[in-house]
Each structure stands twice: as structure tokens, then as C-alpha cells.
Design a binder for this molecule. Structure first.
Ligand SMILES: C[S@@+](CC[C@H](N)C(=O)[O-])C[C@H]1O[C@@H](n2cnc3c(N)ncnc32)[C@H](O)[C@@H]1O
Length: 222
């Protein structure tokens, strides 16, 4: 599904969030506390938005963008520049079983990725394994909505507006219905925090954006 929507993914992201998604990523990378130059994994990195935002604010870092959808990664590679001249890498692989050695990264970013994992704990254990002790895990995502008015508005937007606009621009309304379905099938933000903490992390920072539609969490490997 992610491979199918790769050609229009960036355009739709900007349009559907009115550009706010870039501000969320910018906030997240500015709140990392690991000192540069750091080696950073952008997990479920897609077309590279999070990794590129990192390099904008922390140009001395090295980023590795990993994703299992090859067409997304091809776009990320183009945006990072030619492989031979770039200190940054891309890797096609599954977040639940990564071909990286233990303790190799100073930080891991995951933007709108954790919600898609078929086994959250397996993914969290993998992130824990590849991070060095003290390494940071920055998560941005949408979680299961509650019953507040902003939550109800968010649900309406995801169920009705997103698939309609997604259908017009990408021709794939089904893929954009998936966002609402995956949020409904995922846990709430509070439970997510607990599950990450159970996998060997401590919470360092958190913030909710757009009345709780999107959350930022910063964890540290203990
Ligand atoms: C909504 S996109 C987010 C892309 C990017 N991080 C961003 O901020 O725009 C989710 C990405 O996660 C990837 N993904 C989902 N599950 C994955 C897994 N188990 N392993 C690797 N990539 C995965 C998808 O291919 C997709 O590119």
C-alpha cells in the first residue's frame, strides 16, 4: 500500500495537514538531546521527511533511512543526494527485524510508523537493541481517538475528508481510509507510553499537537 501511494505521498501530506506535519517533525528533531554529530536511524522513514528535517537543524548528524517500501526509499535516496557523495544511507528492510548491529545508533526517529507495525513490542525491542544505552527514540504518531470534541472532529476528518482527497489526488481512496482504520486499531497515547516504557525506555519529553490529533514522545534507552 505504501509503495502504491509513494508518487503522491509528499504532496498529499502537505495538502492534508496544511504543512503542519513539517512543523511537528521540526519540533521533534529540535528536542533531541543527544549531542551532534550523532548517528541517527529514521525508521519507517518513507520519503525521508523526518531525516531531512533532522539534517536541516543538525547538519553534522548522519542519517540512515530505513523502510520496507522500496518506492518510498527511492525518493528518499534522491532527496539525500547521490549515494557515492553522501554520508547518509537508505536501507530497505522491516522494522521488526533490522540488519543493524546492537547499540549502533545514538537516536532513532519514527514518524507515523509505529501504528503500522504488526507487533508493537517486537518493533520496540528492535529499536532498543539498535540504540546505544542513553540513545533517544523520538516518536510522532496518531493514536486511537477518545470522545472529546477535538477527537470527534479528528475522526470525521480522517474518515471522510482524507479518503476523498486521497482518492482525487492519488487515485487510491482505500489507502487513505487506512489511516482512520489503523488509528482505531491502535492503542491510545497513554497506553503507548506505558508499552514503550515496558520495553526498556524512560520518558524524557512529550507534547500533543493540534488538540491531541498528533503526539510527540521522546524516550531514552535505560
Ligand atoms: C505514514 S508513512 C511515514 C513516513 C515518514 N516517516 C514520514 O514522517 O512521513 C509510514 C511508513 O512506514 C513504513 N513502514 C510501516 N511498517 C513498516 C515496517 N514494519 N518496517 C519498515 N517500514 C514500515 C511504510 O512503508 C511507510 O513508508
Amino acid at each position: 500500500m505504501f509503495s502504491r501511494i509513494a508518487p503522491t505521498y509528499d504532496l498529499l501530506n502537505r495538502l492534508l495537514s496544511a504543512g503542519i506535519d513539517q512543523r511537528w517533525r521540526s519540533y521533534a528533531v529540535r528536542h533531541l538531546t543527544v549531542p551532534p554529530p550523532a548517528t541517527v536511524l529514521d525508521l519507517c522513514g518513507g520519503t525521508g521527511d523526518f531525516g531531512l528535517q533532522l539534517l536541516k537543524h543538525r547538519p553534522d548528524d548522519r542519517v540512515h533511512i530505513a523502510d520496507f517500501a522500496f518506492p518510498m526509499l527511492e525518493k528518499a535516496r534522491t532527496r539525500l543526494g547521490p549515494a557515492e557523495q553522501s554520508p547518509h544511507g537508505v536501507l530497505c528492510g522491516d522494522a521488526l527485524g533490522m540488519p543493524f548491529t546492537e547499540d549502533g545508533f545514538d537516536a532513532c526517529l519514527c514518524g507515523f510508523g509505529v501504528r503500522n507495525w504488526s507487533d508493537l513490542e517486537a518493533g520496540l525491542q528492535e529499536v532498543n537493541r539498535v540504540l546505544r544505552p542513553g540513545g533517544e527514540f523520538a516518536v510522532l504518531d496518531f493514536f486511537q481517538a477518545g470522545e472529546s470534541l477535538p477527537d470527534k472532529f479528528g475522526r470525521f476528518y480522517c474518515r471522510k475528508v482524507l479518503p476523498a482527497v486521497g482518492q482525487i489526488i492519488s487515485g487510491d481512496g482505500r489507502a487513505y481510509r487506512y489511516l482512520a482504520e489503523s488509528m482505531d486499531g491502535f492503542c491510545g497515547a497513554v497506553e503507548f507510553k506505558k508499552r514503550v516504557q515496558h520495553c526498556g525506555f524512560e520518558l524524557v519529553d512529550q507534547k500533543k499537537f493540534s488538540m491531541g490529533m498528533c503526539w510527540f514522545f521522546l524516550f531514552r534507552k535505560v
